[in-house]
Design a protein around this ligand. Sequence first.
Ligand code: KG4
Ligand code: ZN
Length: 351
Amino acid sequence: MTLILGVETSCDETAAAVVRDGRTVLSNVIATQHDLHERYAGVVPEIASRAHLERITPTLREAMSEAGVQWSELDAIAVGHRPGLIGSLLVGVSAAKALAWSLGIPVIGVDHVLAHLHAGQLEADAAEFPALGLVVSGGHTSMFMMRSPIDVTLLGRTIDDAIGEAFDKAAAILHLGYPGGPNIDRLAQRGDDRAHTFPVTLFDRESLDFSFSGLKTSLLYAVCGQPVGRGVEAKLTRDASTLSTAQKSDFAASFQLAAVTAIIKKLKRAGLRHPEARSLLVGGGVSANTRLRMELLSRAKEAGWDLRLPRLEYCLDNAAMIAGLGHELRQAGCMDDWTLSASAQSSIVAT
Ligand code: KG4
Ligand code: ZN
């Protein structure tokens, strides 16, 4: 039996969790900072790193006491050390290294994006490989071919906005709060998804990349009208304040349909290219989206994939997924030393 403490501070959640044998979650504590960033409609890096500093110690203590585990019982500390906001990552990495050093146990650096792919195996049995991986979050939209949880190749990624970022911007255009994804999701359930036609960017027939910035701009112009004037002088003539809730719901549903369709079409392409895939592992905040979950279920059924959709609490950033993938890395002998550092970039880049 192994007990791993996971630490996550890559963006705007300070999180810690204790996980047994990579899949049994004994505690999963998340201190969000949404209230601090809401007025800016996005995460302010400097505010985020200061808030992590204040929250990290109480969050770690709470995770340990909720799990009912003594510090001396831990086998390793896993920490999300890339990608993310560098100042935020450094808080988690420093805390994890200090703790591991004082306890005399290994520290394991975990790639946050790959950890999202582990979320569907928490509180569940192990998935079968090879598998396709899909991460849909506020910072990432990527597809992967996975020969094992730690042997992963990038198949495609967004060339501009991440899908969650597009949801957040759509919510801002429609005057809904931040983070916008859950608000669009809720409103879309009452809307007509055929009320507006928004573009689905597919690139050429071979491409497994994504693009969501054109979709976001189409929504902006549909809601606010075409800009009048040029360059910095350009002005929008309307805003969402004149829209009824029914009209906003139609915009939300139509936007969501286009975003989800892009994901499903690219998954179909990836599946044709990799018929050996037995499972589809999904993770990231947008995997909480009701419509996407529904469409993924039917795509996986058609393709015969064992679909691993995380439980809702493991879709968003959390430290249980970090501890879970940390366990896989430890099993494979991939551990770090005190030179472990943070990086803004993911370890899995286009080849
Ligand atoms: O994975 P996550 O917590 O952070 C990153 O690693 O980026 O994802 C946060 C993103 C936000 O953009 C948020 O709006 C989106 O996930 N999100 C959703 C839903 N719940 C969260 N997007 C669409 N529908 C949802 N239900
Ligand atoms: Zn994330």
